[in-house]
Design a protein around this ligand. Structure first.
Ligand code: HAM
Length: 420
């Protein structure tokens, strides 16, 4: 071990686990790519104001968990705590909403940073695959996104997840509800910080996990009772489209989500095998975010699924993803000349698109064969001086143990055939 450890709340993804992580990212993004979402990357840090304005001052994410970087007094940056604000910023900056037709459909994959108290499933650096559909108000887009996330999880073999669905209303009806909730909260016995939070955004208080707060919230006005006709109708259409697509969901009128930009449709994917950090993904509509960050009105919707928690969900369900071995062929040279010849053979195989490795470090036969076994390769190429003198190598099938001599110049063709 070295003097250094990965910082608190972070972890390394080592090769034994990375194949699963890559497979999860691939499985989540595949349905998006099939639905016309284009890949986008944005910087891991942005102007801090993008997040404080976009995600919201009243959220834990902005008020407590942001990793800020100050390089000059005039320039305050923050590591991104989420992807939506950055992706929308990039779409506006790149004029994507003017160049193409709407919605602009984007997907991303990357690390996010939140200074949270670490525990299982909650890290300070974690990974999301996300999708955003920018510029259209249409319940079919909301439904499309939820269906694509559901498809992604099902394709991974996950079954024990649930979709919680709610509507947070729009700029007509939500202010009325906020005012009613604020009045209600004013009559409660809350600590100073919570009172301040209630002033900034009373909906945040509904999300407070503390028993002392939750106990006082029975009897609080409910958002569903305040939704305007348009929001009710919109929500009903999303529900109908999901039902028609065979995607089950639960109405959760208490679902608020931890970010301030949401309007109308909000949803969360929760997994029952994960304990406290049960949300594997979440998202919703954010019709006002573009204007909040200085853009035109661009009603949008999106989600982000947590890769780390999806991996934990697979473990909880005992799902093992098929991960192909790193290499198909492993060279075991016996002697100096064989080393040179097999080095050439391995290079040629790789150039032909086969995955091949070689025993390095002047190993003896036993250690080299062990390395071949460990590599997961199906075949070992064993060559000693006598074989080479005849232009041969021994091809050993590592599953059956069968060994057959193959002419060196027929090696590529033979292996291609066998590995088809
Ligand atoms: P979020 O609910 O904050 O939403 O995060 C989405 C997912 O990221 C969570 O459900 C969880 O799986 C994962 N996640 C969040 N924090 C952590 C953590 N500390 N450690 C491990 N995993 C974590 C958003 O980020 C929104 N941008 C989603 C969205 C996109 N809404 C609209 N478009």
């Amino acid at each position: 071990m070295s003097t250094f450890q990965a910082p608190k709340g972070t972890y390394d993804i080592l090769p034994a686990d990375s194949a699963t992580v890559l497979a999860v990212r691939e499985a989540i993004s595949a349905p998006l790519r099939r639905a016309g979402y284009g890949y986008i990357e944005t910087p891991v840090f942005e102007d801090v104001a993008l997040f404080s304005r976009g995600v919201g001052e009243s959220t834990d994410i902005v008020s407590k968990e942001m990793f800020t970087l100050t390089k000059r007094s005039s320039e305050e940056l923050a590591l991104r705590p989420e992807g939506t604000a950055s992706v929308l910023r990039a779409a506006l900056q790149g004029n994507l909403h003017r160049i193409g037709s709407l919605p602009v459909k984007l997907w991303y994959s990357g690390s996010q940073y939140r200074y949270e108290r670490p525990q299982k499933g909650r890290y300070r650096q974690f990974w999301q695959v996300g999708a955003e559909a920018v510029g259209v108000e249409d319940p079919a887009v909301d439904a499309e996104l939820i269906i694509l996330a559901d498809d992604a999880y099902r394709s991974l073999g996950l079954r024990n997840f649930r979709i919680l669905l709610n509507s947070l209303g729009d700029k007509q009806c939500r202010p009325v509800y906020r005012a009613a909730l604020r009045d209600f909260l004013a009559g409660l016995d809350l600590d100073d910080e919570t009172v301040r939070r209630a002033e900034l955004n009373p909906l945040r208080v509904l999300d407070d996990k503390r028993e002392s707060v939750q106990a006082q919230l029975t009897g609080a006005p409910r958002l569903v009772d305040y939704l305007c006709e348009e929001c009710k109708e919109y929500h009903e259409q999303v529900r109908e489209l999901l039902t028609a697509a065979g995607v089950g969901f639960e109405d959760d009128t208490k679902l608020v989500r931890g970010l301030d930009y949401y309007t109308r449709t909000t949803f969360e994917f929760v997994h029952d095998g994960l304990g406290a950090q049960s949300a594997v993904g979440g998202g919703g509509r954010y019709d006002g975010l573009s204007e909040m960050i200085g853009g035109p009105a661009l009603p949008s919707v999106g989600w982000a699924l947590g890769v780390d928690r999806t991996v934990l969900a697979l473990e909880a369900e005992g799902v093992v993803l098929p991960t192909p071995p790193a290499v198909d062929v492993f060279g075991v040279p016996l002697g100096e000349q064989a080393r040179r010849v097999l080095f050439g053979a391995v290079t040629a195989l790789r150039r032909e698109g086969l995955a091949a490795d070689l025993a390095y470090g002047h190993k003896g036969l036993k250690a080299a064969m062990k390395a071949a076994d460990r590599s997961g390769a199906r075949f070992a190429l064993v060559a000693g001086d006598r074989d080479l003198a005849e232009g041969l190598v021994q091809l050993k099938d590592l599953t059956t143990g069968d060994q057959t001599p193959v002419a060196l110049d027929a090696l590529v063709a033979t292996l291609k055939e066998k590995l088809k």
